[in-house]
Write a protein that binds this ligand. Structure first.
Ligand SMILES: [Zn+2]
Length: 131
């Protein structure tokens, strides 16, 4: 057994199930429920993979397809402004705490230089959005 944690080895589908049981069955951004089957849960990366974000549960939330597609590679701060404009529950404080947990995981595991830079810049932006 390597030192990586079990959830690293879960495949994407099982990781999404684990995320849903961690966070509850609703879109992280717009809060639409997944339980009635009308919206499909997709895996959303807080730090986009394009920006070096790892496929770890600490970097992943569940989002509905429309939110996932609309966000694309939009930076977290800019995306939360769009969420506010759409009337979605805006949660910069929640996103900040997720980024803190991700940073802690990166400290433990090392590497992820690009993700670290992204987190630092988004932290500055998100802190300005919190009261
Ligand atoms: Zn959504």
């Amino acid at each position: 057994m390597s030192s990586t944690t079990t959830h690293d080895r879960l495949d994407k589908r099982r990781r999404l199930q684990a995320i849903l049981s961690r966070d509850g069955p609703q879109c992280f951004w717009c809060a639409v429920p997944f339980d009635d089957g009308s919206r499909v849960a997709t895996t959303e990366h807080l730090v986009p993979r394009l920006k070096g974000g790892p496929s770890w549960m600490e970097n992943e939330v569940a989002a509905c397809k429309p939110c996932n597609q609309r966000r694309g590679h939009t930076a977290l701060g800019a995306w939360l402004v769009q969420c506010q404009q759409r009337g979605y529950p805006s949660r910069p404080a929640e996103v900040l705490s997720r980024l803190a947990a991700l940073s802690a995981a990166i400290e433990r595991r090392g590497g992820q230089r690009r993700a670290r830079r992204y987190i630092a810049s988004q932290n500055r932006r998100l802190r300005k959005m919190t009261p």
